[in-house]
Design a protein around this ligand. Structure first.
Ligand SMILES: Cc1ncc(COP(=O)(O)O)c(C=O)c1O
Length: 367
């Protein structure tokens, strides 16, 4: 039996151990533990690779969302349009500012924000839109950008899962007013702990975020604003910069694996998530929609019995989470898909034999 884990960070570390160990040693030798030169160096490298003017490193993708929304002027009581088919942090970032997430439905083929639904949700209190490039696939950014322009709204891309994803020849992260990345260890670009970043073209927004991530500091013990501690560790900056040098290769390997899946799943009659027109996904996750009536728990258990690990991203949409559910929001596509989605193993080191084993296991479980 071929074991197919959901990810393999140990294999990744083994391949780049010398670089990572040297990066860690440099930070320790420099005693540059919080922000400092290693974080600044990573910020410059990441901004350059994304094609953004500014990158502000921070402590997590959640912090990135709070920093970006605050710097773009979202205030208590403002409405922010987003989707419920995302990790809970997308909503949390909005709620942390005292703003109100307004959830809209997603496109059934791409699982990303339906731009027409976003436009219908605009009210005089709407301040911003947070589209989520879920699973590593871009949203319909032309459609969403047009809605934002018509109504004078800010766009904050949640690119936590979409490092280096493309859209009509541009890189995700350059398509709105700011974009938020997570470097949670399992992400396509993952730290060895929590870390995140915001990229933006706007120098004023970047300066505000630099202040707010570090206690609103203007001098060592002088504070212009009530900020917070959202700082990035030096170790994470150095590790991320070392890993960034491999991200293009890893992304190509993920895309190759997605190609293997696509061909095999089509033969099985299983529906994979589609890219939007002009989208170039990076396959943080490889998600399929199980046929109506399939028992997902049983499918997962049967696949596990054959050595194949799977996941569900995510079983409970944000508007139905116990912390938020008030029974007022109905999102038929999001709710239907939440019960049918299944994430198959995908990571740069996965082999064609492992993809074949995963597909065989899925086929047998559905037979
Ligand atoms: C879509 C999305 N948004 C936001 C986040 C939050 O990132 P972090 O876990 O780094 O706070 C994540 C991470 O899991 C995510 O997947």
């Amino acid at each position: 039996m071929i074991e197919v884990p959901f990810g393999d960070l140990a294999a990744q570390y083994a391949a780049i151990k010398d670089e990572i160990d040297a990066a860690i040693a440099r930070v320790i030798a420099d005693c540059a533990f919080i922000q400092g030169p290693h974080v600044e160096s990573f910020e410059r490298a990441f901004a350059a690779r994304i094609g953004a003017a500014h990158c502000v490193g921070c402590s997590s993708g959640t912090s990135a969302l709070v920093l970006a929304l605050e710097a773009l002027g979202v205030r208590p009581g403002d409405e922010v349009i987003t989707v419920a088919q995302t990790f809970f942090a997308t909503a949390e970032g909005i709620l942390k500012l005292g703003a109100v997430p307004v959830f809209v439905d997603i496109d059934p083929a791409t699982h990303t924000m339906d731009a027409a639904a976003a436009e219908r949700a605009v009210t005089p209190r709407t301040r911003a839109i947070v589209p989520v490039h879920i699973y590593g696939g871009s949203c319909d950014m032309d459609g969403i950008g047009a809605v934002a322009r018509r109504h004078g709204l800010k766009v904050v891309e949640d690119a936590a899962q979409a490092h280096l994803a493309g859209y009509r020849g541009r890189t995700v992260g350059t398509l709105g007013d700011a974009a938020c990345f997570s470097f949670y260890p399992g992400k396509n670009l993952g730290a060895y702990g929590d870390a995140g970043a915001v990229v933006t073209a706007d120098a004023t927004v970047a300066a505000r975020m630099r202040s707010m991530r570090d206690h609103g500091r203007s001098g060592k013990y002088e504070h212009d604003a009530i900020g917070d501690n959202h700082r990035m560790d030096g170790l994470q900056g150095a590790i991320l910069e070392a890993k960034l040098g491999h991200l293009d290769d890893w992304t190509a390997l993920r895309r190759r694996a997605a190609g293997w899946y696509g061909a095999r799943l089509a033969k099985l009659g299983v529906t994979s998530v589609k890219a939007v027109d002009g989208g170039e996904p990076v396959f943080h996750l490889y998600v399929v929609e199980l046929p109506a009536g399939a028992d997902r728990d049983a499918v997962q258990a049967a696949m596990k019995a054959r050595g194949v690990s799977t996941g569900v991203h995510y079983p409970i949409p944000c508007h139905l989470q116990p912390a938020l559910a008030d029974g007022t929001v109905s999102l038929p596509v999001t709710e239907r898909l939440a019960g049918r989605i299944l994430s198959l193993p995908i990571f740069p080191e996965i082999t064609e034999a492992q993809v074949a084993a995963a597909c065989d296991a899925l086929g047998a479980a559905l037979a």
